[in-house]
Design a protein around this ligand. Structure first.
Ligand code: NAP
Length: 280
């Protein structure tokens, strides 16, 4: 019988730990969230981040800027937040409106406050294995594994997807835990055969029902990072859950698997930033 990894419960437990840690600190961690424009999904993410900050007792600031915000206005705000003594973490919600260059904005964030771990300095540190911040979604996956007693060491791990925010850093974190890692993408030949080698299969593709039972080894652990809408507008992952869960030892559902972990890891990074900046 497969075990369902409950990301909601694990996330709640970690948030309680963070709340207790925050209460013990002499300075409240502060997170600034910047939203530019009217993207409805981004508005939901930002609202969830605000709520999460309240839940764990952070200080938080939210900046809602109009769609036609100029490059200079946005960079000025980032500069201000870089200098602000109340703020330890800065998050600029992506995607930005087309006329703004996300890379330039990320580069402007002080790496010490880059709690998304998107700045090249932090990306480089992840590569080296000497990091302050972990990229939130891949870090959430690692927590789900470790809190379910699954050790990637020596295991064959296959990551489907090579994006800078999920696939690539996911592969690095698994590698740092001594897994043998294969990264797959749209040009991979015979994807199903590669996936069938996996003891741990992580899918970050963004297509509903992409991972089917024939791609999964008996007894494998399957982690579904995908967040997609099916034809009825329902949130679904990449994995054909009903058929795949017949074969797995552990599997994450969507919703309630990886999703709740991402913001929790952002909170964790903000505590880390606070401790480092304040020398706590
Ligand atoms: P992305 O930038 O679009 O990357 C998708 C990856 O999938 C690419 O590397 C692409 O390969 C690969 N791919 C596409 N079609 C494929 C195919 N037929 N065979 C093999 N590989 C294929 O997406 P992302 O930002 O990494 O996000 C991936 C999914 O995770 C999305 O559903 C997203 O919503 C979800 N997500 C969830 C969370 C969360 O908190 N749970 C956070 C972030 C993202 P190429 O590089 O060759 O094009």
């Amino acid at each position: 019988m497969t075990k369902i990894i409950n990301g909601k419960d694990i996330s709640t437990a970690i948030r309680q730990e963070i709340r207790a840690e925050v209460e013990s600190l002499p300075k409240r961690p502060g997170l600034a969230v910047v939203l530019v424009g009217n993207d409805p999904a981004s508005q939901v993410y930002v609202r969830n981040k605000e709520r999460a900050c309240e839940e764990v007792g952070f200080y938080s600031e939210k900046y809602t800027l109009p769609e036609d915000t100029t490059r200079e206005q946005l960079l000025d705000l980032v500069d201000q937040l870089n200098e602000s003594p109340a703020i330890h973490g800065i998050l600029v919600q992506l995607p930005l409106p087309k006329h703004l260059d996300a890379e330039e904005v990320i580069l402007r964030i002080d790496p010490k406050k880059d709690v998304d771990a998107f700045h090249p300095v932090n990306v480089g540190k992840i590569m080296i294995g000497n990091f302050d911040f972990l990229p939130c979604t891949p870090a959430g996956v690692m927590e789900l594994l470790s809190r379910s007693g699954i050790d990637p060491a020596g295991k064959e791990c296959v990551v489907i997807g090579r994006s800078n925010i999920v696939g690539k850093p996911q592969a690095m974190l698994l590698l740092h835990k001594n897994a043998t890692v294969t990264i797959c993408h749209s040009r991979t030949k015979d994807l199903a055969a590669v996936c069938r080698r996996a003891d741990i299969l992580v899918s970050a593709v963004g297509r509903a029902n992409f991972v089917t039972a024939d791609m999964v080894k008996e007894g494998a652990v399957v982690i579904d990072v995908g967040m997609n809408r099916d034809e009825n507008g329902k949130l679904v992952g990449d994995v054909a859950f009903a058929e795949v869960s017949e074969k797995t030892s552990y599997i994450t559902p969507v919703p309630g698997g990886v999703g709740p972990m991402t913001i929790t890891m952002l909170l964790k990074n903000t505590v880390t930033a606070c401790r480092r900046i304040e020398n706590l």
